[in-house]
Design a protein around this ligand. Structure first.
Ligand SMILES: [Zn+2]
Length: 450
């Protein structure tokens, strides 16, 4: 949203190619671990459902996919019969600690929502609130088959530590905005602390062009260039934001960012609801990534992003949920369905935005933006999920991509990140404690509010 720091915004995610990508070089851990063999699983290839395949994982990589693969000595075996393997999703825009604020304030106009509810609560957040809010968010991501997320919020070190403890992969931005100048000062040391970590990819998160001065944004660019880091930013979320730029600077936020040299393949531009056709082609020309957050934009009545125009222009469009205070969950299954349906209506044809196209936004486009070698293929990172096929909404076996986009209502039962099993047959170790701690942190926060 326009003046909220982290609620619902417009962004585009930046990442380069899935091979030779810098971030991927960091992910060479766990090579000492025993191999893992997933036996007899189903998977999708070019839209077709292939059955009874094996997936062999060694360390943090998928090393082979085929029939009757042999496990190595000491291999851990997972029975994949009756299950569908999908590559892990990347939720390309979150404020994960805000999961703690889910349901706290809904159905309000933007400014009262921010001023009366969200900002006073955010001002009281402590490191422990962030830690348990992030862990609560991680539980949800794991249960939705999301193996990586792209975050922007306060206390990035705490977010990174909690994420590592949970075993997820994440891009974590040190947020920057002018109201708190120390955040710009803190961002580069944060990047230095985490650069090279096998799971955490530190990034820079200038909140938006309307909350950061030109001088701040030029420093952000300098830092991002120096570290080859992602710039994660809300862009053109509301009509007011764009009108303000046109009035004061004579250019749109997208043109302004280009003028500052920030439009490039490392930019994750979130929201991008209010774009001109020229903006779309400029984003494409500069190879910037756009992160669409349809549900959040609808809930806050910000508008509908022009995805058809963006994709026609050749922009790499990905999907994110935004924070749970404006969505209110972190599910990309829901995000895929709503995005498809809304875009069909925006362009007045059910033929627009097929299930296959939407699936591409949530998977391959996100991997490209993240510059991570992900997907169900040999050599890719072992980030994947298994879905129980014996669920009524996945029956009959007509078109599995359609089911995943349009009818999925649960059933992710195993989630693996970097070769480690984080959830097995629906069980996440430590979940009960996290739920209890999150509840207590929320009660403490709201008690203080009187
Ligand atoms: Zn946001």
């Amino acid at each position: 949203m326009s003046s909220h720091l982290f609620g619902a915004e417009l962004l585009s995610l930046t990442i380069a190619q899935c091979s030779g990508q810098p971030y991927d070089d960091f992910n060479t851990f766990y090579l000492h671990l025993n191999p893992m063999l997933i036996k007899g699983v189903s998977l999708l290839q070019s839209g077709l459902l292939l059955k009874n395949r094996d997936i062999l994982i060694q360390g943090n990589r998928i090393i082979d996919i085929g029939r009757d693969l042999k496990d190595g000595e000491g291999a851990e075996t997972i029975d994949g019969h009756g299950k569908l393997a999908i590559p892990g999703f990347i939720n390309c825009h979150t404020h994960l600690a805000m999961t703690l604020l889910r349901g706290y304030a809904d159905d309000m106009e933007l400014m009262p929502w921010l001023k009366e509810k969200i900002w006073p609560l955010e001002a009281r957040l402590t490191e422990d609130d962030i830690r348990w809010g992030v862990k609560l968010g991680c539980l949800e991501l794991i249960r939705f088959g999301i193996t990586c997320y792209n975050d922007m919020y306060y206390f990035p070190d705490v977010t990174a530590e909690a994420t590592r403890e949970m075993g997820l992969r994440a891009f974590i931005s040190g947020v920057v905005f002018d109201m708190k100048p120390e955040m710009l000062r803190d961002v580069e040391p944060f990047i230095r602390r985490w650069k090279g970590d096998e799971l955490i990819m530190p990034a820079v998160g200038p909140h938006a062009a309307y909350t950061c001065s030109e001088e701040t944004l030029l420093k952000v660019k300098e830092i991002a260039d120096r570290h080859d880091a992602m710039v994660h930013m809300h862009v053109s979320e509301t009509r007011e934001e764009v009108d303000g730029f046109l009035l004061t600077k004579g250019m749109s936020p997208v043109e302004y960012l280009d003028h500052l040299g920030l439009l490039n393949e490392r930019l994750a531009a979130v929201h991008c609801v209010w774009l001109s056709e020229e903006d779309c082609y400029l984003l494409a020309e500069r190879k910037a990534n756009v992160v669409d957050c349809t549900v959040s934009n609808l809930k806050l009545t910000s508008g509908i992003a022009p995805l058809n125009t963006l994709m026609k222009a050749g922009v790499n469009v990905c999907l994110g949920t935004d924070g749970a205070s404006s969505n209110n969950n972190l599910s990309l299954f829901e995000e895929m369905k709503v995005t498809a349906i809304v875009q069909k209506n925006a362009y007045h044809t059910p033929a627009a935005f097929s299930a296959e196209q939407i699936w591409q936004l949530a998977t391959e486009n996100a991997y490209r933006a993240a510059r991570l070698n992900m997907g169900l293929r040999a050599g890719a990172l072992a980030d994947l999920a298994l879905i129980d096929l014996r669920r009524p909404w996945l029956c009959p076996e007509t078109n599995m991509v359609s089911h995943l986009v349009y009818s999925m209502a649960g059933g992710v039962d195993t989630t693996i990140v970097n070769g480690r099993v984080l959830m097995r047959e629906g069980v996440i170790p430590g979940e009960a404690e996290i739920l209890e701690k999150a509840q207590r942190r929320f009660e403490r926060l709201t008690e203080q509010m009187g």
